[in-house]
Design a binder for this molecule. Sequence first.
Ligand code: F6P
Length: 319
Amino acid sequence: MKRIGILTSGGDAPGMNAAVRAVTKTAIHNGLGVVGIRYGFAGLVAGDFVTLTAENVDHMISLGGTFLYSARFPEFAQPEVQKKGVEQLKKHDIDTVIVIGGDGSYHGALALTRLGINSIGLPGTIDNDIPCTDYTIGLDTACNTALEAIDKIRDTASSHHRVFIVNVMGRGCGDIAMRVGLASGADAIVVPERPYDVKEIAETLKRGFAAGKDHGIIVLAEGVMDAEEFRTELLKYGDFDARANILGHMQRGGSPTVLDRVNATKMGNYAVKLLLDGKGGLAVGMENGQLETHDILDLFDDTHRSDETLLDINDEMTK
Ligand code: F6P
């Protein structure tokens, strides 16, 4: 092994930079060179490479976003495009690659491995929607950002006796909503993983107001519907002073939390060791805080399993 290439792909997530830093420092410690590939797989094919040193990644641990930039590049599914990428890697003496991104990015890592470039995938997305792992890099920061926003919304909600429907991100996955809903003390958490009944939610809110509560909070995963649409549905079952709020991309930004920095660092360090052991075609995951690996191929036949006990606990406390 001579040089490791590293790229970030898909939506940026806080902690991606911490992972790149960990890969760089671990690789250099083990006598390997590291090359940053800018703009994900698009940059790989274009040969947009930058040499990484322990010094130029050092302060990256505290920065959100991805300093290597990211890009969506569906063209990388085409075999002739993949071959161009491999040619670029060979031209620059890069014989292994680490890909940080969502499960879409793992197809690229597998393709490279099959073409002789051992590659490892790290789960980088705020959505926590990747199979075979209960944690993805960026989840914790996104949840804390959303929580802080909802705590502020609560001040306005209670000052005006309002109900707020807060849309959080997650694509088709309700994990951010489940965590943030429970942590913010929401009256209802609405996610794609479970059926819901708007009439029942309206009854819960009415009971709360009748008992003296001065506001209501509904945390709604974006994979269910838009907050404004939900508001229209809710108003069919009660005369609430309700507002819809979409938190949006603010959830993707910001300095990573301790948890995201530590886990991203552990994963980056581990990925280099896997490559040193001659491994490729693997996805790094975490289960109950322990690092583990799975064949990338197995991920494609699997789905992410959410911790739905969070919903059960919230139901028990609100219904
Ligand atoms: O995958 C991360 C994510 O932020 C999702 O939560 C969201 O659905 C999507 O990306 C938004 O994508 P874009 O940045 O392209 O609007």
